[in-house]
Design a protein around this ligand. Structure first.
Ligand code: GUN
Length: 285
């Protein structure tokens, strides 16, 4: 396998060590960084994600405030909870786990979160600030990918960067971050004709599609850096990325494994955002 592994486990451990240090420094000043994690309903994947986030917090000394609401929660009830957390001076970060049950308007809920506590960076004002390259928080997955690249000494400057996927959570903000790092950026998606031709131009290829085996070796330029955001559960129960790992690893210069690549970086960035929210705490709580 000629490609080197981009080891998210190792790189995220460095981030967590740094975050733990910052938590202790804040605690020495009487501030106990805390994150409220709101889960509505009983989506099994969300339950796992939320449990992991709470465990991660505990490990670095961040206080996590769990908030579990039933599947039939109304939008008004959820907005009341968000409002309470917005005003609580002991809560520095608020994360409402997505997706939300269908009776709730996700956009309205995200817009109701105090932008200074929006550790997902999903609030419209935080999204706008990312576009202007003048932000406090970055969304966790794209930020984690930038950190992983930096950790390996890979600069996007002057490189052809292709992202497959145009979601608000990954594709769009990823494009902005690579652009700000002076990459030449293309966002490809399900309506892109000749996708393999587009992806084969990429020096840095980011796949955020959500289909196992979607990125095959013929779509990859020799020597490319391949970042796999996919987290697909196979029928066997095994976790797989979007990339045909074995074949693409023969062609790429660097590749992220799944699991152990982007996932741990995403989790670490949430902790980084939470400690930053606690340090900034504009309410002076
Ligand atoms: N659901 C899937 N990914 C995410 C995420 O990054 N944040 C939130 N709040 N919900 C999610």
């Amino acid at each position: 396998m000629p490609a080197k592994l981009l080891d998210g486990k190792a790189a995220s451990a460095k981030v967590r060590t740094q975050v733990a240090k910052e938590v202790r420094a804040l605690q020495a000043h009487g501030i106990s960084p805390s994150l409220a994690v709101v889960l509505v309903g009983d989506n099994p994947a969300s339950q796992v994600y939320v449990r992991n986030k709470e465990k991660d917090c505990e490990e670095v000394g961040i206080r996590s405030v769990g908030c579990r609401l039933s599947t039939d929660t109304t939008q008004e009830e959820l907005l009341t909870v968000v409002d309470r957390l917005n005003r609580d001076p002991m809560v520095h970060g608020i994360l409402v786990q997505l997706p939300l049950p269908k009776q709730i308007d996700e956009r309205a809920v995200i817009a109701a979160i105090n932008p200074a506590k929006d550790v997902d960076a999903f609030h419209p004002s935080n999204v706008g600030r990312i576009m202007l390259d003048d932000y406090d928080f970055l969304p966790c997955t794209p930020a984690g990918i930038m950190e992983l690249l930096a950790d390996a000494g890979i600069s996007p400057a002057g490189k052809e960067c292709v992202i497959i996927g145009r979601s608000n959570i990954v594709g769009k903000p990823m494009a902005m971050l690579l652009l700000h790092a002076n990459g030449t950026v293309t966002i490809a998606h399900s309506k892109t004709p000749n996708l393999a031709e587009v992806t084969a131009r990429a020096d840095i290829l980011v796949s955020a599609v959500g289909r196992a085996g979607f990125v095959t070796a013929d779509m990859v330029k020799p020597g490319a850096v391949v970042i796999d955001v996919g987290m697909n559960r196979l029928e066997s129960g095994k976790l797989a990325g979007d990339v045909d790992f074995a074949a693409v690893a023969e062609k790429a210069s660097y590749i992220t494994p799944v699991p152990g690549g982007v996932g741990p970086m995403t989790r670490a960035m949430l902790l980084k955002n939470t400690v930053k929210a606690a340090a900034l705490r504009p309410t002076n709580a």
